[in-house]
Design a protein around this ligand. Structure first.
Ligand SMILES: [Zn+2]
Length: 136
C-alpha cells in the first residue's frame, strides 16, 4: 500500500464522526495567514501569538465532534459574510445602475429591483407576495 492511500485511510479514521472543514474554518485559516505575515513584517510577537490562537481555533473546529454547534457557527458566519458582501458590492453596483430603482420589501426585507419609470407603480414582492406602491 502506498504512503498516500495509507495516509488517506488514517485521515478517514481520525476524522470519523468529526466535523471537518467548512467556510468558517477556511476563513479563520486565511485570517491566521494574514496576521502571521503582518506579525513577521512588523515584528509584533503578540500578533504572532494571537494568530496562533486562530490556527488552534480552526483545528479545534475541524476535529470537533459537536457537529451541530459547529454547523450553526458556520451558518452565522455565512450570513454575516453575505451581509458584508451585499453591503460592499450591492451599494457600489446600485449607484451605477441608473435604469432601476431598489426597494426593500416592508414585510420580508427582501431587496427588489424595479425598472425606473418616473411614476408610481405597484410592486409585488416575489418572495412573500406582499404588494406596495412606490414611485419608480
Ligand atoms: Zn416580501
Amino acid at each position: 500500500m502506498s504512503f498516500f492511500s495509507r495516509f488517506g485511510m488514517w485521515l478517514q479514521r481520525v476524522m470519523y464522526g468529526r466535523y471537518g472543514s467548512d467556510a468558517l474554518s477556511f476563513a479563520i485559516l486565511i485570517l491566521y495567514m494574514i496576521l502571521y505575515i503582518l506579525a513577521q513584517i512588523f515584528w509584533w510577537p503578540i500578533l504572532a501569538w494571537l494568530s496562533l490562537l486562530l490556527l488552534f481555533w480552526s483545528f479545534f473546529r475541524m476535529f470537533s465532534k459537536n457537529i451541530y454547534a459547529r454547523r450553526r457557527e458556520n451558518e452565522k458566519f455565512l450570513a454575516f459574510w453575505r451581509m458584508l458582501k451585499n453591503f460592499f458590492t450591492g451599494k457600489a453596483f446600485r449607484s451605477r445602475d441608473k435604469e432601476h430603482k431598489y426597494y426593500k420589501c416592508p414585510k420580508c426585507k427582501n431587496t427588489l429591483r424595479v425598472p425606473r419609470r418616473g411614476k408610481k407603480i405597484q410592486i409585488t414582492c416575489p418572495v412573500c407576495g406582499n404588494s406596495f406602491i412606490k414611485k419608480a
